[in-house]
Design a protein around this ligand. Structure first.
Ligand SMILES: [Zn+2]
Length: 209
């Protein structure tokens, strides 16, 4: 299943950049390739309208909405006009299409340090040409992992404290445990907010431990 679904029905427009508001919504304000959201990168100005099939090779698709993808500037510039030759396509090399498939599930594995490893030729080709193992992305994936792990730990701790609360005798103890639970709830809520800025970590069932 793909990660992005188009629901917008934009009118025919003259310039590809004019489709940006529709793309932002269809791509959930996230880069189609590295999947970093606008909020992590500092805003919409760090995003561009990408031609999945490059205009140089496919001029007819210049303003074809289904060929336009929302991408961060870095991914877009690394991808640039790259497109596999017929020969490479015959051998199975191509870009993973984020609107057709989930490349992080089907074509790549995430290693412990946040680095992506190819599972298929499609994953290898995509990772190499969009440079999905560049340092900023490794750091981002690591941070996302850290947040997910911290959330699990804190939630387990909270459950334990809630059990203690049920059996706590003495109003002092009861009050102290209640305060600790309230403090944890506030930290958990902050972390949840951050994890929603780092979406999709929970769909990566293939993480190597
Ligand atoms: Zn990107």
């Amino acid at each position: 299943m793909s990660q992005f679904f188009r629901t917008e029905l934009p009118p025919a427009l003259e310039r590809h950049e004019e489709y940006r508001p529709f793309l932002r919504r269809d791509f959930s304000f996230v880069c189609a390739y590295c999947e970093r959201p606008e909020v992590v990168l500092g805003g919409e100005e760090f995003f561009e309208v990408d031609h999945f099939r490059p205009v140089k090779k496919f001029p007819d698709l210049r303003v074809h909405y289904s060929n336009l993808y929302y991408a961060c500037g870095k991914c877009n510039r690394h991808k640039a006009d790259t497109w596999p030759s017929e020969n490479l396509i015959e051998q199975g090399f191509r870009f993973a299409d984020p609107c057709e498939e989930d490349m992080y599930l089907n074509h790549l594995n995430e290693g412990q340090n946040g680095e992506l490893k190819e599972r298929t030729k499609v994953g290898g080709y995509t990772c190499e040409h969009i440079r999905l193992n560049r340092p900023a992305l490794l750091a981002w994936r690591l941070e996302r992992r850290g947040i997910a792990a911290d959330l699990l730990t804190l939630q387990a701790l909270r459950e334990n404290l809630a059990l203690h609360l049920q059996t706590a005798s003495g109003s002092d103890l009861h009050e102290r445990v209640s305060e600790q639970i309230a403090a944890l709830d506030s930290t958990i809520s902050r972390l949840r907010q951050r994890s929603s800025d780092h979406p999709n970590y929970d769909r990566r069932g293939e993480w190597e431990i």
